[in-house]
Write a protein that binds this ligand. Sequence first.
Ligand SMILES: Cc1cc2nc3c(=O)[nH]c(=O)nc-3n(C[C@H](O)[C@H](O)[C@H](O)COP(=O)(O)OP(=O)(O)OC[C@H]3O[C@@H](n4cnc5c(N)ncnc54)[C@H](O)[C@@H]3O)c2cc1C
Length: 436
Amino acid sequence: MTSVTITPAYDRQNGWLEILGPQPDAVVLTGDLEADHVVIGAGYGGLAAARRLAELDPSASVVLIEADRLGNNAAGRCSGFIIDHAHNIRAKGFADDTDNAKRQIALNRAGVDWLDEIVHQQGIECDWRREGKIHAAASEKGEATLAGFAESLDAVDEDYHLYDAAELERRFGTSFYRSGLHAPHSVIVNPASLVIGLASTMPENVQVFESSMVTDFEFGPPHTLRTAQGTVRTPSLVIAANGFGEGFGLFKNSLIPLITWGSMTRPMTAAEVAELGGEDNYAIIPAHPAGTTVRRRPDNRILIRNQYTFSRRSNITRGVEAVKRVHETSFRNRYPMLPDVEFEYSWGGALALSRNGEGVCGKVADGVWATMAYQGTGMAKGTISGKYLAEHMMGDDDPLMGLLAGSPSRNFPDPFNQWGVRMNSRWRRWQAGVEE
Ligand SMILES: Cc1cc2nc3c(=O)[nH]c(=O)nc-3n(C[C@H](O)[C@H](O)[C@H](O)COP(=O)(O)OP(=O)(O)OC[C@H]3O[C@@H](n4cnc5c(N)ncnc54)[C@H](O)[C@@H]3O)c2cc1C
């Protein structure tokens, strides 16, 4: 057996999960099992692949193995924007190839729509809101980026609505922003509730095990996976471990492991809510990609997300105190009228990017498939990638599958890769300026 070289180690500071209260005891993998398909990782990729395999192959047994508690992974730690537009829509030249851009949007929308169908058919309570997102600018540079974004949207025939500073202040309760662009088709949720809901409404032929880290593996087929208390053998394995995929010897030195960070306040008091004003629910994406995401929630908490740091992955939450100080500054800049509102939770989550922007969705060895590396928009893209991968495994490719089957380019060798990522992240923070 080979040891998995990189494994996740998360704390219990994920606000989205902790505000849900105590969860049922974990069902842990014990003893020796056999299954027709095994999926490693209960993020969006793994949840989608397990569900779709079970739907298409109803007589097959499917096992989904998660290292941590459900919802305590990046999938449950993210900011909860199920984004229909490709993330790089703000990038220069995005709309130069409009046909490709439209296909990318169709792909993400297929992910949003499939989640919508599952959430509503299964009655998953995750505060699902198809309200879109507001891209907001706090600087002249940010406003220029928004103008470019609007041009890109025009080029791909997407609808949007522009807001001026007064309208944003009325909605957000703060005068921090100068202008905004509402893109109406994304969905916002509590991501931890969504992950738990997806895992607990699997078809009957799926067994879900949590707190069951795969520590050793042997590729066959049949493949053998070992956890602390059990083993499972299977002829058909899907690795959906995202930032930890390299731990299985896959895409060595091709994925860029990053952490991005969130903080959530305590609930505001009635007096603080009155002092702030504005609407009780909104979702802000920064005009600059290295800026600050904000969500105000109907439970009167506010979420801040910013900063990307290079991750060694085994200790994801190291450095959280320094990150939290930056979050506090971002919060005070936006909400000076709330001097006593503190963060109750601060956390990090691991992402995988690739240098050439391509993800992974396909066969990687005999009887082994993988889905991972969605460039930070894994809620929609990871879901559709997991779904289409399962269909591909069953010999039924969706016409959009070709957009997913990429090949991440190799990184520079370390330490150059780490230096490069760190310098790039500092440069982008500096460029974001007040947008952070
Ligand atoms: C703070 C933050 C904000 C974000 N905001 C957004 C957002 O608003 N919208 C959006 O689309 N994306 C967002 N993202 C990105 C999003 O979280 C990821 O793209 C998404 O979670 C990727 O899904 P995944 O299934 O590939 O990976 P993950 O969610 O990381 O799931 C992989 C799973 O594999 C498990 N695993 C790994 N190794 C093993 C092992 N050895 N044994 C068993 N299990 C293992 C991990 O525990 C994990 O649960 C954000 C991320 C963070 C951290």
